[in-house]
Design a protein around this ligand. Sequence first.
Ligand SMILES: C[S@@+](CC[C@H](N)C(=O)[O-])C[C@H]1O[C@@H](n2cnc3c(N)ncnc32)[C@H](O)[C@@H]1O
Length: 399
Amino acid sequence: MALTSCDVDLDAFNELLTPRGQRALAEAGELTGADPVAAATRMRRTYDAALTSAALTQAGLRVRARAKFGADAGEMYFTPHGLEQSTRAEVAGHRARRVVAAHHLGPRVMDACCGVGGDLIALARAGCAVSAVDVDPLTVAVARANAHALGPAGRVTVSVADAATVRPEDHDVLFADPARRTGRGRTFDPMAYSPPWPVVLDLVSRAAKACLKVAPGIPYEFIPGDAEAEWVSYKGEVKEATLWTGHGDGGGRRATLLPGGHSLAATGVQATAGPVGRYVYEPDGAAVRAHLVGEVAEMVNGRLLDPMIAYITADDPVDTPWAARYEIADVLPFSLKKLRATLRERKIGNVTIKKRGSAVDIERLRTDLRLNGDMSAVIILTRIMDKPSVLICDVPPPA
Ligand SMILES: C[S@@+](CC[C@H](N)C(=O)[O-])C[C@H]1O[C@@H](n2cnc3c(N)ncnc32)[C@H](O)[C@@H]1O
């Protein structure tokens, strides 16, 4: 019987790996972008319906996967869910380098729920010997094909198993990236992860070292006391948190920016609130999630606009990858009428609207402002000392 995961089928997937399947996949690759019906009709002249569908689906997934895996995507295999859940190559690479840096020799890593192998490939390429399992047979077949296509030969094994049965004791590092999707979509509740959170914690407790990928919004109370928590953003978007145990910085918090590789650890410095200066700084989301706003404020000699909100204000222009900087042209108490009048007066017709600590609906506001003019501005809706306020800022020059 064929096992399915979404619209990829295990038997058809295995056929894709045969010489005939590879020819079908190459032809499907040449047809990407063509009308789907015409592409299927053309493929059906040579191949049966199952192989045609598998090859066209795979070719389409490879195109989608370029955003995460770059040129490697052209040699990799995916399922729709597997691609969606996989770790972007730059993020997996950063994590893999950290895993390896803690060892003299390439460590033996157990990847307890490997998916299609985004992390697995990065770990193997960084020099780890990886034993990987996944509970889903099709996903294992895909991960194996990816390890074969890209992984250094002989450094990876992939088997079908439940994470609850693996033995972290037999490895130097446990890696786990539990599924965060349920039948009802993405979950933010670690108790709904698969493998379940208690299983993951049991594995972590038995591992000499562990590295756990979790959602960036993980509630702080779920972070084990002996773990360092690292929030990672890629091009300004927070992608994930990683919990590290046995790596020497238990209880610490850290933020990392990719692709630049900047990393900032908590020092405990607190920012205080103070008067509005010439600039407003918007800290990167990874620093905000890691509660490192005080550290960023210190970097720019700044203070908070409001004690509860992660906007920093300062008098000097300090260049830092940790925050976007905007020069403040005007500060107003929030009022639609007043804001509209000020923007009209300044002939501002294009606005980028940002907000923190404001319940205003941005799209509704944009409509209500009825903008008109050639000038541009960045508008920041926030609270200043608890008062709803708006900052009108100059658009920063391109970086
Ligand atoms: C988020 S994905 C892993 C993605 C992977 N790190 C990557 O970059 O491609 C999570 C995987 O956990 C698997 N999984 C869920 N429950 C499991 C269990 N109890 N044991 C092993 N694997 C499991 C799912 O099949 C899924 O492929």
